[in-house]
Write a protein that binds this ligand. Structure first.
Ligand SMILES: Cc1cc2nc3c(=O)[nH]c(=O)nc-3n(C[C@H](O)[C@H](O)[C@H](O)COP(=O)(O)O)c2cc1C
Length: 482
């Protein structure tokens, strides 16, 4: 089911008792963080702050903050439904590589429902503010943590276009608000927004940028999804919601944005301009240090009447973004499996903040098979950032961290089973000796077989005999032990 807009989703959350309205006056400076942090860690509801100091606009937060709400954000009961849809398409018809299969998705899902369509008018343009009237001071932008460099827009869909091909990209890149008209543009060097910007810089041209805040949450989710570089996130959003995303032309820049967004920031980024961005209390649980990033200049704000401002906070896990990441793990697993069919399951544990840790189970067929899987994952899209990959046999439940730790300790001879590699690391990795480049570790925690430098007999795992289990099952009720 597709939501017509963010308010459609808010209504659903309210009906399903997944939303709490807060009418008490709160400050977007730190106070909303403290409340949202407590609520997300307690497994509480989405929060709609209706009385926010300094702004007329209410703040919605924690609306992705559980697996249940994440599923409802994507219009399903369980995120696995989306994964199964993708798996069905990939298995039935699409030949080719991981990326080719991803590209095939909209075709397989029937073109008409996936492709965005342009409409003349959008709710996001009910109010148009240009010139002096366009001011970021209108927005209840959160200052999230005490050591932050200022307020940050934390759930933006940043729209840009490749100047050569005209192809659109949408990425979620936080925006450090410097003043009423300028922000930082924190697209990491590995991301598509940064690539587009590099192309504009080469040409010495000003880059148009539009930022959408709040829509059908499936559209916002698509901005975070690790899609191939030239894959239009709005097609992916159309696939997720089974309904095309309606796009409308911006007022002051040559870009289109989702017509039913709550708020649009239109503007540009100039070539060559840099300003200190950060520090920012990040999803690693640490502050990411200040660094130089390009600068977004605001030229126009458009918004719907009674707009709602969507936000999130990141910090020590578990936080709201963990559930966004978990949805990605489930949704992209069928595509990873299509490339590496020996993979049974994957767990990117919340504590690993997605780029630090991956637990993978495989159907092992030959000596050193785990090493092949580890290397292949490091070559697969944004999985390249994964710092530590641990591989287990197919019968290990990698979602069960207790079992994972038991097998890891038991099955590994560190000298033989640990491999190191070097390569690009996530911008947020603070442990690497230098920014952007560091080492990665692969651990083969599978049972060792012939050809893997194991010269003993692997011990048998302890299991009760089936007939005894059956007998005790039958007896259980009579034992008075319930
Ligand atoms: C809440 C949230 C905030 C994010 N902030 C950033 C950010 O500031 N910079 C960045 O490069 N990626 C950030 N990401 C990750 C990107 O959105 C993600 O890697 C996305 O796939 C990038 O899109 P692209 O491949 O089109 O560049 C964030 C993700 C989430 C969920």
């Amino acid at each position: 089911m597709a939501y017509s807009d963010l308010r459609g989703f808010i209504n659903l959350l309210e009906r399903e008792q997944e939303l709490a309205r807060v009418s008490e006056r709160v400050d977007p400076n730190l106070e909303i963080t403290e409340i949202a942090d407590r609520v997300v860690k307690a497994g509480g509801p989405a929060l709609l702050f209706e009385n926010v100091h300094g702004s007329e606009i209410p703040v919605l937060i924690n609306h992705y903050g559980s697996m249940r709400r994440m599923a409802r954000a994507l219009g399903v009961e369980d995120v696995e439904e989306v994964a199964r849809r993708i798996e069905g398409l990939v298995n039935s018809e699409a030949p080719g590589s991981f990326l080719e299969k991803l590209r095939m998705l909209p075709k397989l899902a029937k073109l008409s429902s996936a492709f965005p369509k342009t409409v003349k008018r959008g709710k996001c343009q009910e109010v148009v503010l240009e010139g002096e009237a366009a001011s970021l001071d209108l927005l209840p932008v959160l200052t999230c943590w005490p050591g932050d460099g200022g307020p940050f827009i934390t759930l933006p869909m940043v729209f840009t276009k490749d100047p050569e091909t005209g192809k659109r990209n949408v990425g979620m890149y936080r925006m450090h608000v410097y003043d009423a008209r300028t922000t930082g543009m924190h697209w990491h060097v590995h991301k598509v927004g940064a690539r587009h910007y590099a192309e504009y810089e080469k040409r010495g041209e000003r880059m148009p940028v539009a930022v959408a805040l709040g829509d059908d949450p499936a559209i916002t989710y698509a901005a975070t999804a690790p899609l191939p570089e030239d894959f239009d996130e709005m097609i992916f959003a159309g696939f997720l919601r089974n309904t095309p995303v309606e796009m409308v032309k911006c007022v002051s820049v040559d870009l289109e944005v989702p017509a039913n967004s709550e708020i649009i920031l239109e503007g540009y980024v100039d070539p060559g301009e840099r300003r200190t961005e950060g520090p920012f209390g990040d999803h690693t649980g640490y502050y990411s240090p200040a660094d130089d990033y390009p600068v977004f200049h605001l030229s126009c704000i458009t918004h719907g009447k009674d707009a709602v401002y969507p936000a999130t906070i990141v910090g020590k896990p578990p936080m709201e973004d963990c559930y966004i990441g978990k949805a990605t793990e489930r949704i992209f697993l069928p595509l990873i499996k299509s490339q590496l069919p020996e993979i049974v399951d994957l767990n990117l544990p919340l504590e690993g903040v997605f780029h630090n840790l991956a637990f993978v189970s495989i159907k092992k067929r030959y000596p050193m098979h785990a090493h092949k899987v580890i290397n292949a994952l490091w070559g697969l899209g944004q999985m390249m950032f994964t710092k530590i990959i641990c591989v287990f046999d197919e019968d290990v439940d990698v979602q069960n961290v207790s079992e994972v730790l038991w097998r890891l300790g038991s099955n590994v001879d560190p000298k033989r089973d640990v491999m190191f590699a070097e390569g690009p690391v996530d911008v947020l990795d603070h442990a690497a000796p230098q920014a952007l480049f560091g080492s990665k570790m692969g651990i083969d925690a599978t049972r060792k077989i012939e050809g893997e430098n194991y010269h003993r007999t692997w011990p048998e795992e302890i299991k009760m005999s089936a007939d005894v289990v059956e007998k005790i099952d039958r007896l259980w009720g009579k034992l008075g032990l319930e």
